[in-house]
Every structure is written in C-alpha cells, then in structure tokens.
Design a protein around this ligand. Structure first.
Ligand code: ASP
Length: 316
C-alpha cells in the first residue's frame, strides 16, 4: 500500500504571533485540524485523493475564519464572488469556477464541472446557472455575512484600494499588512494518485471581475501523477505570471528536481524576484510533502501514514 499524505493551507501573508490572541490562534489550529481530519478520513477509507482534497476544502469553506466559501471577503459592490479549482493527477481532469455567488461550497461546483460538464472552467452567471441545474447547494447572502469582514470592507469601499485578505487595522496598515486567507489541499491516496484543490473569496474590495491565481489551472492549482500536486496562496497576480504551480511540476519533470527543491526554487527564487508574496503546499505520488512560503506566515497542516502530523502558522 502507498503511503497516505494530506497537506492543507488556510492562506499565507504577514501573520505574526504578536498580532494574534491565544483564542484566535487556537481557533485557527482547530479549523485546520478539523479539515485535516475530514480529508484524511477519506484517504483511510481508501477514498481517492480528489475526494479527500474536496472533503478538506469543504470544512475550510464552512469556517468563517478562512477567506473561502462562507468566510469570503466583500467585493467593491459589497457581495461575495468566489473562485475554486480541483485537479486529478491521475486523469489530468480539472474543473474550475470563478466569480460565483451564493454557492455554499464552490469546490463542489468545481468538482461538478470536472466530472459532469464537457468543460474545465466556468465563470460568473453561467457557472451559477450550471450550479442550479446540477443541484449544487446555494445559500442566501446572509449566510456569507460576517461582521469582521464587513468592517474590513467598510474601511476600503470608498477607495480604489483592494486588499489581499482580512485584517482588523486601518487602511494604511491594511495595505502594508497583507494576509491571504485562501484555502487549499493536496493529497496522495492509497493507490498512489494525487490531487490538488484551492478555493478563495479573492481580495477585499476587488472589482472589474478580478480573478486571481486560485482557479487557474497551472497558476494556483495543478496536479499530475508524474510530478506533483500543488495548491498556492498569496498575491495572485505574480503567481499567475509565474505559472507557479505548473512551474514546480516542470522543474521536477524536465530538470529532475525533487518536490522540495522545485517548490523552494519557485517560492524563494522565482516568485520572490517578481515580488510574489505567499506560498504553496505540495505532494508527490510517493507521498512526499512540502509546505513552503516566503511570507511571514502560512496557515498550514499535514498528516501522513508515517505518523507525521504538523500544524503551523508562523515561520519556525
Ligand atoms: N491567491 C489569492 C488571489 O489572489 C489570494 C490568496 O491566496 O489569499 O485571489
């Protein structure tokens, strides 16, 4: 039997211990652990890596602390527009959605696109129509309301600024102190198949239908059994220009790098040179895992069948 591995993230950025209360820290750790357990239970029951990453993401999307699903940030218009993607490394099948509204779990819609449409990427109203047709669970606007996200948006809505996720500080601080709350998961199952998934509300006060790297196959999400499964988090624009997730795969495929070497190269060399703050999680088909970031912190957790269990927030 192949070793089982699951890695998740809950966003990267300027996450500093001095800004955190013990209660909030405990809540984040519990949120990560709950998601890890849900995803790992699928792997232990011989479920597929694609099912495992979805199960983990659903738990994170349902948790208000993370900028995805229920906890998604407000756009300039004062609504939530969510992006998600999933990719199966065995089949190279993928499904993505961008700018969807009122979908309880955007990752389920992305999975539906992957499994039951002839397409890879649906956006906006069309994606919502597809959700309705396929019976994907919708929720009213109130479901996505949280006071702290509203307050965060209120500070910005009259400006042209946008921010890469939540903070409780003033506008100046907000722009300086970037935090990213996107969620992601990668897994290796008992059959040696790997998968990746990412889900996000994007950036506070975003407009013009802005879409980041998360739902873009190859940029924020990628999986291929021959190389790796990767989910990214951070400032989406440089990650798109770096084709970050696929670049890790390419470095493994064409340069023979290990997962860890390739992730280090992309995060600490390539992205850093482009001003791309953030990080990524990865797994290969042997169950090796990586959690790499160039920001002050990244909400992250991993569990494998060798008994390794790591939950982290800050730089060690
Ligand atoms: N990468 C996401 C985006 O640019 C944000 C994040 O990771 O928090 O939309």
């Amino acid at each position: 039997m192949q070793p089982l591995s699951l890695v998740i993230h809950g966003g990267a950025g300027t996450i500093l211990k001095e800004d955190m209360t013990p209660e909030l820290e405990a809540a984040y750790i519990k949120g990560l652990d709950d998601a890890l357990k849900a995803g790992y239970a699928v792997l232990e029951q011989d479920g597929t890596s694609a099912h495992a990453v979805k199960a983990a993401i659903v738990v994170l999307e349902d948790n208000l602390l993370f900028n995805a699903g229920r906890g998604s940030v407000f756009t300039k218009k004062g609504v939530q527009e969510m992006d998600a993607a999933i990719m199966d490394g065995k089949t190279l099948e993928a499904g993505s959605v961008a700018g969807v509204r009122n979908v309880r779990n955007p990752i389920e819609l992305a999975e539906e696109v992957m499994n039951n449409s002839n397409h890879v990427f649906l956006s906006g109203k069309g994606a919502n129509d597809f959700a309705i047709k396929q019976g994907i669970k919708l929720e009213p606007d109130e479901y996505f309301f949280s006071q702290f996200r509203y307050d965060q948006w209120k500070q910005m809505r009259d400006s042209d600024n946008y921010s890469l996720d939540h903070t409780h500080q003033g506008l100046e601080e907000l722009m300086k102190d970037k935090k990213f709350g996107t969620v992601g998961a990668v897994a290796c199952d008992a059959f040696g198949n790997i998968a990746a998934a990412t889900s996000t509300g994007g950036m506070t006060n975003k407009k013009y239908g802005r879409i980041g790297d998360s739902p873009l196959i190859g940029a924020g999400t990628y999986a291929n059994n021959n190389t790796c499964a990767i989910s990214c988090t951070g400032h989406g624009e440089p990650f798109i220009r770096a084709v970050a997730a696929y670049d890790v795969s390419c470095l493994m495929e064409y340069k023979g790098m290990t997962l860890q070497q390739a992730m280090n190269e992309v995060v600490h060399v390539k992205l850093l040179a482009m001003g791309g703050e953030g990080g990524m999680i990865g797994v290969d088909a042997k169950g090796n895992t990586g959690m790499v970031f160039n920001s002050a912190g990244m909400y992250r957790a991993m569990l494998n069948s060798q008994g390794e269990h790591v939950v982290g927030i800050y730089k060690d």
